[in-house]
Design a protein around this ligand. Structure first.
Ligand code: THU
Length: 137
């Protein structure tokens, strides 16, 4: 679908993710990613990918945003938008991290031409391993 077919709230998330993408530090891959999430309480947190000369230390945009939210005491994600140059979807690690806090989250994936796809985190990560699988003491 096109970005203008989204609700105003979701359009705002895409706009913020796109702006966050401009702040990406991606000198190695050159693949810039921006993310913006809205919590159930209506707060918005953004993130970008932050790479490192020691490649495995690269941090994805989605996890930057989730860590910012959780560290501010906001962990219930209603929706998260991810914007890349080609509309790519979140990596497996980011799917797992989003699921940890919000198994009902919606994920919007946008490109720079205004195309957007929407999926539930449970569609992106079916039969997920999560907090429910660990024994309660
Ligand atoms: N990247 C993200 O930020 N999010 C994803 O879900 C996929 C990959 C970043 C990590 C790295 O900086 C670059 O994109 C290439 O993998």
């Amino acid at each position: 679908m096109r970005v203008d077919q989204l609700s105003k709230h979701d359009q705002e998330l895409i706009t913020l993710a796109r702006a966050a993408r401009e702040r990406a530090y991606a000198p190695y891959s050159k693949y810039k990613v921006g993310a913006a999430l809205r919590t159930r309480g209506g707060q918005v947190f953004t993130g970008c990918n932050v790479e490192n000369a020691l490649y495995p230390l690269c941090t994805c945009a989605e996890r930057t945003a989730v860590v910012k939210a959780v560290s501010e005491g906001q962990s219930e994600i209603e929706a998260v938008a991810v914007v890349t140059g080609n509309g790519g979807s979140p990596c497996g690690s980011c799917r797992q991290v989003i699921y940890e806090f919000s198994p009902t989250a919606r994920v919007l994936m946008g490109d720079l031409e205004g195309n957007v796809r929407q999926m539930l985190i449970t569609e992106l990560l079916p039969d997920a391993f999560g907090p429910q699988d660990l024994p309660i003491e």
